[in-house]
Write a protein that binds this ligand. Structure first.
Ligand code: ADP
Length: 169
């Protein structure tokens, strides 16, 4: 199984093989972490990513990282929280699984995730981090390619939720 860790701060600064973007299905950039990644990567990113659109909720696409320190960006579209009975949990789990599948196919050993759906999309943070950690442990236990997974927390709520989740076993 991969090493799982929490890091505070800005995902665009990380020199990992791949960072994951919490995108929307048009892959044209947007607010939150999506906007930050596009600003840091430069305009070539949107030129490549929009050719891979639409990306349905729960799926993922991979592009280069351009001016980012990361080699790749994996764009995944999280579910919008609508109360919990619209398949949100399973769709969020698919984001993590499909992102890691693309990572392995592209030789990625180190990958960083933002808290997908936990910003504008309104997914409850504790529930999202539980899904993220569970899916990551399960996937990397059967797929030896990924060695290190970094969960990036921009705010205190996400950081403490990951702290709690990663200390459970
Ligand atoms: P979504 O639309 O999937 O909810 P958001 O970008 O609104 O995506 O938020 C997802 C998470 O990413 C939130 O927890 C937000 O605080 C965090 N975030 C925003 N900017 C950054 C960044 N530069 N690096 C890491 N995380 C970020």
């Amino acid at each position: 199984m991969a090493e799982l860790e929490l890091q505070r701060g800005d995902i665009t600064k990380l020199a990992v093989d791949a960072i994951v973007n919490a995108a929307n299905s048009s892959l044209q950039g947007g607010g939150g972490v999506d906007g930050a990644i596009h600003r840091a990567a430069g305009p070539e990113l949107v030129q490549e990513s929009r050719r891979l659109a639409p990306c349905p909720t729960g799926e993922a696409r991979i592009t280069g990282g351009y001016r980012l320190p990361a080699r790749f960006v994996i764009h995944t579209v999280g579910p919008i929280w609508r109360g919990g009975d619209r398949n949100e949990d399973e769709l969020l789990a698919s984001c993590y699984r499909n992102s890691m599948r693309l990572a392995v196919e592209n030789g990625v050993r180190t990958i960083a995730f933002p808290a997908i759906s936990c910003g504008i999309y309104g997914f409850p943070v504790g529930r999202a981090t539980e899904i993220a950690v569970r899916e990551t442990r399960a996937f990397t236990a059967s797929e030896p390619g990924i060695e290190r997974v970094i969960f990036v927390a921009f705010g205190d709520d996400v950081a403490s939720a990951y702290d709690r989740e990663l200390s459970k076993r």
